[in-house]
Ligand binder design. Structure first.
Ligand code: ZN
Length: 184
């Protein structure tokens, strides 16, 4: 790392500490030439490739905005949405890829959104998958009925034909880390 003070082409790490749930690391560096100190931050790359081909850093906030819209008027708390956005980020980071298509982000949102609220899921899927007709909705609803969600705590009233879907206890447990949205 080049020293910003004297442009010497080397520096020594004098301190390292994890920040932001450990997804970033901050280092204090010292220039052996002029003795000045400066800080650097290292973060695993996660860029989103937009449809236009442009890339931008992944932002949980954008996931939140999308799902919040889909959940309007639904009994879903903001805490749930924050957790969902966190799960989405974890899923994407676990792919190990530095760049991910925007489409994949949409896909990663669908499963946890369905667990949260099936009506919101349908709304989101209808936009994301570009539903064009009632048949598209019917097809999706048929799928929803055929494959019960693992955490289907509030099945839609349309499910009244069958007995209430039982809530399975093996729903994936969430790692609840502290959420910060700072963007330094
Ligand atoms: Zn220097």
């Amino acid at each position: 790392m080049i020293c910003p003070f004297c442009t010497h082409d080397d520096s020594r790490v004098v301190d390292s500490r994890p920040v932001e749930d450990g997804t970033q690391i901050r280092r204090r560096r010292e220039c052996p030439e002029c003795g000045e100190r400066f800080s650097t931050q290292e973060v695993a790359l996660l860029n989103i490739i937009k449809r236009s081909g442009a890339t931008e850093p992944f932002a949980r906030e954008k996931v939140l905005v999308g799902v919040r819209k889909a959940c309007q008027g639904r009994p879903v708390g903001d805490d749930d949405l924050v957790l969902l956005a966190q799960r989405v980020e974890e899923t994407l980071r676990r792919t190990g890829k530095a760049e991910i298509e925007a489409q994949e982000v949409g896909l990663a949102i669908l499963a946890p959104l369905r667990e949260l609220d099936e009506v919101a899921y349908l709304r989101y899927a209808s936009v994301y998958r570009n539903f064009k007709s009632l048949e598209d909705f019917e097809g999706e609803i048929a799928l929803l009925r055929a494959v019960p969600s693992s955490a289907n705590s509030q099945s839609a009233k349309s499910a009244s034909a069958t007995s209430q879907t039982k809530v399975q206890s093996d729903a994936p447990s969430l790692k609840i880390n502290q959420i910060t949205t700072s963007n330094r």
